[in-house]
Write a protein that binds this ligand. Structure first.
Ligand code: F6P
Length: 341
């Protein structure tokens, strides 16, 4: 079998672990040939690829990013690929394509699969917002980075009697904010799923100061927004990939709190730091398992499906199921952290 593999969308710690795992299983166990497309679907469309053998993936398990490069794809170019998907697969000589990516990448995978290309998907995203899988690799690493940041910010906040507003990633789903906020013991957490009222945060900070705790750390997801009429905050424009450009809730909220409280408030935007660097042990293991199962699925002809963690088992689920709705933070998970909302 000849397997094509690509990594698309925003990168994420653990991508290299999947690539390595696919190559190991495919080459060593099945005697397959593996090629890697460069820069996501762009490499597939532009026929830019290189062979991946055991040496090519040696030493990449612990390395962040992706050795293949990643890119987002303009919508028009995907239509181009779908128009002649079976011919493209034949021309490239691939028996299966394994795209590794988030919601956008898996939607493209589904369309390519429906257009006749044999596809087995692997989900990834630090946001953990793909509904068909209990977890995506990259999330554990991102939560670890954000938790460490909150721990560190607490000591400097306390020294200066300040409010720190830490903005973490999460456009529509606040999983990183929820879990890093809980793990780091943030005093306030704001999620995209539930509009917040800055007055509640002001009250929380004032109560802390009144009982002698003269600092506070608030963890806010980049997609969080204030409830209607509570604070001025604009809506962002849509970029060429269909993503909303955010207005910087961390900066806006820190400014608002400083103004209302008359105390110093500082914004800290963690940004892409959360996506960089070496994956945690958990993410390396999950990524390795996904790679192994993707190769097995390809050999069983389970096309149009993707790997998914269900409980502790890795199962194959239809790509259609993966991309119908985003997995957002449910009410009961918010209830468990209620004191900090
Ligand atoms: O989808 C993953 C993600 O990391 C989001 O959390 C974040 O909003 C986005 O990607 C950032 O994208 P870019 O790398 O294009 O700035």
């Amino acid at each position: 079998m000849r397997i094509g593999i690509l990594t698309a969308g925003g990168d994420c710690p653990g991508l290299n672990a999947v690539i390595r795992s696919v190559v190991h299983r495919a080459v060593t166990h099945h005697g397959d040939e593996v090629i890697g497309f460069e820069d996501g679907y762009k490499g597939l469309l532009d026929r830019r690829y290189r062979p991946l053998d055991l040496n090519a993936v040696s030493g990449i398990l612990a390395r962040g990013g992706t050795i293949l490069g990643s890119a987002r794809l303009e919508r028009g170019r995907l239509a181009e690929a779908c128009e002649n998907a079976p011919e493209l697969a034949r021309e490239l000589g691939i028996d299966v394509l394994i795209p590794i990516g988030g919601e956008g990448t898996l939607t493209a995978a589904r369309l390519l699969s429906e257009a006749g290309m044999p596809v087995v998907g692997v989900p990834k995203t630090i946001d953990n917002d793909i509904s068909a899988t209990d977890r995506t690799f990259g999330f554990d690493t991102a939560v670890g980075v954000a938790t460490e940041a909150i721990d560190r910010l607490k000591t400097t906040a306390e020294s200066h009697q300040r409010v720190m507003v830490v903005e973490v990633m999460g456009r529509h789903a606040g999983w990183i904010a929820l879990e890093s906020g809980m793990a780091g013991g943030a005093h306030g957490i704001c999620l995209p799923e539930r509009p917040f009222d800055p007055a509640d945060l002001v009250k929380m900070v004032e109560e802390r100061f009144a009982r002698g705790k003269k600092f506070a750390v608030i963890c806010v997801a980049e997609g969080a927004h204030p409830a209607e009429g509570t604070m001025a905050y604009g809506k962002g424009a849509i970029d060429q990939y269909g993503h909303e450009r955010f207005h910087g809730i961390g900066n806006a909220l820190a400014g608002e709190l400083e103004h209302r409280l008359g105390k110093e408030a500082r914004p800290v935007i963690l940004g892409h730091v959360q996506r960089g660097g070496s994956p945690t042990a958990y993410d390396r293991v999950l990524a390795t398992r996904f790679g192994w199962h993707a190769v097995e699925a390809a050999h069983h002809g389970e096309f149009g499906r993707m790997t998914a963690l269900r409980g502790t088992r890795v199962e194959m689920v239809p790509l259609a199921e993966a991309v119908t709705e985003l997995k957002t933070v449910p009410q009961d998970r918010m209830d468990e952290a209620e004191s900090v909302f």
